[in-house]
Design a protein around this ligand. Structure first.
Ligand code: FAD
Length: 423
């Protein structure tokens, strides 16, 4: 009997899961490899970082998604390199796996533009650990500020610097402003909410680069009304444990969050194909790599173009559509059928700023405010994996909307006094 075709998908994010969903319950032998045991819904990670949601609300074990599909296995492990000729991939623990088809869906990581030492002081928001670390920094600072007497001593602990004004930076700054200026402050009797400062620092000339000028201006206006100070054209030149330098200004604070720029996973280098300046792999119009029709790269890891020749953005819908396409392409090829080139359908973009505040551009129809925020909420609930998570997030949001309270305010990894050593 002919042995089944072996497909390995590296990455159980939006792209990888979407490939596997197309291939489930077929004769094809599918293995999903990920260094984490869970699929993470990154668009809501900022809500974990700002104590609105719990980690389990935005993450789901990868193996549980496919527990009823006998042809799909899950392997926990970090892939370090790929041997294209031998059709094998190598793991960090030096074991290896062979494939007939390989789909690289390894996403992206934060880019500190050559200043990797900044990473320790300004965490990016990419994983559950990052979100919890940011949450604890914010909560811990509030605890310290609440115990200090002079406003001068309190000031750094009541200052927040978010670097990068893309969708993640805008969401983070808006959510922190909601916490710092309003929600939780009634619990900290010795803190004056008017003495908190939230800075959103951007090297470019506008917030939400990539959105129309009108939506970007609206987002900036909303942020400013919420008490965020937006600083444009201010490239950051230094980050230490307790300060950020941007332009001529030094911001004294241990609360620094990095949301500026991404680069691809270094494992893609071992494919030895052309990559753009952020490490994304240039792919053919069927998302395969040059000379290897059995190796595909999708999602944030791929540099593919839209119909006008512009690179597709690093967004969840791109990864989802590409994953679906590659799943169909592998299935069709295994059945001797051909598949047309990949083409992306842009259904629009949206970003949230805060409670009942968002901006949306749906096929050229631009709107903002409550309607955009409701649509944003609905879409995010819809795309979450699993009924339990959908239900929990919906319930948390209703509770949060009605009470203004944030439920997940636990500090677990620090004890008081640590700031004196670690800053
Ligand atoms: C904070 C944040 C907010 C965002 N908000 C939005 C939003 O509102 N709307 C939107 O459309 N997009 C948003 N995005 C972008 C969106 O999440 C990404 O475009 C999408 O996740 C890309 O999917 P992917 O499958 O390419 O990669 P990912 O979803 O990142 O998955 C990659 C997977 O690969 C695994 N992996 C990586 N390297 C290895 C390795 N060497 N070995 C094994 N496993 C590996 C990782 O553990 C991960 O599970 C946001 C991103 C972030 C970080």
């Amino acid at each position: 009997m002919k042995s089944p075709i072996k497909v390995i998908i590296v990455g159980g994010g939006f792209g990888g899961i979407s490939v596997a969903k197309i291939l489930k319950n077929t004769e094809i032998d599918v293995t999903i490899v990920d260094r984490r045991n869970h699929h993470l819904f990154q668009p809501l990670l900022y809500q974990v970082a700002t104590a609105a949601l719990s980690p389990g609300d935005v993450a789901v074990p990868i193996r549980s998604i496919f527990s009823s599909s006998n042809n799909i296995k899950t392997v926990l492990g970090e892939v370090t390199s790929i041997d294209k000729q031998e059709k094998r991939l190598l793991f960090k623990d030096r074991s290896d796996l062979g494939f007939d088809y390989l789909v690289m869906a390894t996403g992206s990581q934060y880019n500190y533009f050559g200043n990797d030492q900044w990473k320790n002081h300004a965490p990016g928001l990419k994983s559950i650990d990052d979100a919890i670390s940011i949450r604890e920094r914010i909560l811990y600072s509030l605890e310290i500020a609440d115990q200090l007497e002079s406003e001068e001593e309190k000031k750094p602990y009541l200052t927040y610097a978010v670097i990068g004004a893309g969708p993640t930076g805008v969401e983070m700054a808006g959510a922190i402003a909601e916490i710092a200026k309003r929600n939780m402050m009634r619990d900290y009797k010795n803190i004056d909410p008017d003495k908190t400062d939230v800075f959103l620092i951007e090297a470019g000339p506008k917030v939400l680069n990539g959105y129309s000028d009108s939506l970007s201006e609206k987002a900036q206006q909303d942020l400013e009304e919420m008490g965020v100070t937006v600083l444009l054209n201010q490239p950051v030149s230094d980050v230490t444990a307790d300060k950020v330098t941007a332009g001529d200004t030094i911001f004294h604070t241990p609360n620094i969050i990095w949301a500026a720029g991404v680069q691809s996973s270094p494992v893609l280098d071992s494919l030895s194909v052309d990559q753009d300046k952020t490490g994304r792999v240039y792919v053919n119009n069927d998302l395969s790599i040059e000379d290897y029709p059995n190796i595909f790269v999708i999602g944030d890891a791929a540099h593919s173009k839209d119909s006008s020749g512009d690179p597709l953005p690093a967004l969840a819908p791109v990864a989802l559509q590409q994953g679906k396409y590659v799943g169909k392409k592998i299935k069709n090829t295994s059945e001797g059928k051909s598949t047309r080139a990949f083409s992306y359908t842009d259904k629009g973009s949206m970003a949230t700023i805060g409670r009942a505040k968002a901006v949306a551009d749906i096929k050229g129809f631009k709107f903002s405010g409550l309607a955009a925020w409701l649509l944003w909420s609905l879409i995010h609930i819809f795309f979450l994996i699993g009924f339990r998570n959908r239900f929990r997030v919906f319930a948390e949001w209703i509770w949060h909307y009605l009470t203004f309270k944030r439920g997940v305010r636990i500090i677990s990894s620090r004890t008081f006094g640590e700031h004196r050593d670690s800053g």
